[in-house]
Design a protein around this ligand. Structure first.
Ligand code: PEP
Length: 253
């Protein structure tokens, strides 16, 4: 199955507007040429309008780092799908930092995914186990549940626009990446089979599944050689133009 790899840079709570534009300028001449891989940058909300404006005629997409499920209302600190739909193509949903520090659950992930899809956004949905869960042998159960609950009540047609990011939590921002074989095995054991039961074999096989967790220019190619890994969600290394570009190049093979 040919799946176009997608490399998304999650800038997290880094870069003000000026810095975000500087990073985009630094990356763009090389990044815009690397066709054959979908390239996405996800700056903080404050920088989305400026970055979206700069990238509007480029072959590089913009994503948000979250999205609420309501269109408007008393939800202090949140951002609605209608606010994002003209600025972004993608929306990261259910990142482990949101789950760990901001009370995100599979239920709220599901609400956000459905709202994003209803407003034309393409969700990048993060799943992954903690070190404790991994050591207790619960990885498959935990990840399968995140997938089945996170994608409940979504039509097959809508689900085609979803990307899944498998991010073992113990590997995020720690410098400790999973082994590529291990990451592939978890995807094969706990993500594609659940997608198959929910959406059918064709859609499960067509769904892009990224790996995330300490991906760098030095280890990216090993992940992309795995048959079930279709790109990466990149945190720290996406803040450095050279590293991000090297990771995109690695995904081209
Ligand atoms: C992430 O934020 O999704 C991530 C994978 O971070 P890092 O690459 O820094 O581990």
């Amino acid at each position: 199955m040919d799946r176009v790899p997608c490399i998304a840079g999650n800038w997290k709570m880094n870069k003000n507007i000026t810095e975000a534009l500087q990073l985009v300028e630094e990356m763009l001449p090389r990044l815009s040429e690397l066709s054959g891989v979908e390239r996405v940058v996800c700056p903080p909300f404050i920088a989305l309008p400026a970055v979206a404006e700069r990238l509007k005629d480029e072959d590089v997409f913009v994503g948000s780092q979250n999205v609420h499920w309501k269109e408007a209302g008393a939800f202090t600190g949140e951002i609605s799908p209608t606010m994002l739909q003209d600025l972004c193509t993608f929306a990261i949903i259910g990142h482990s930092e949101r789950r760990a520090y901001f009370g995100e659950t599979d239920e709220t992930v599901n609400l956000r995914v459905r709202a994003a899809l209803d407003h034309g956004l393409r969700p990048i949905v993060c799943v992954g186990e903690t070190l404790e869960q991994r050591e207790a042998g619960q990885t498959i159960d935990v990840v399968s549940t995140q997938v089945s609950q996170g994608f409940a009540d979504i039509s097959k047609e809508d689900f085609r626009r979803v990307i899944v990011a498998y991010e073992p939590i113990w590997a995020i921002g720690t410098g400790k990446a999973a082994t590529p074989e291990d990451a592939n095995e978890t995807i094969v054991a706990s993500i594609r089979p659940v997608l198959t039961s929910m959406f059918g074999e064709d859609i499960a096989q067509a769904t892009r599944i990224q790996y995330g967790g300490s991906v760098k220019s030095g280890n990216a190619a090993e992940f992309f050689q795995q048959p079930d890994i279709d790109g990466a969600l990149v945190g720290g290394a996406s803040l450095r133009a050279d590293d991000f570009i090297a990771i995109v190049k690695a995904a081209r093979g």
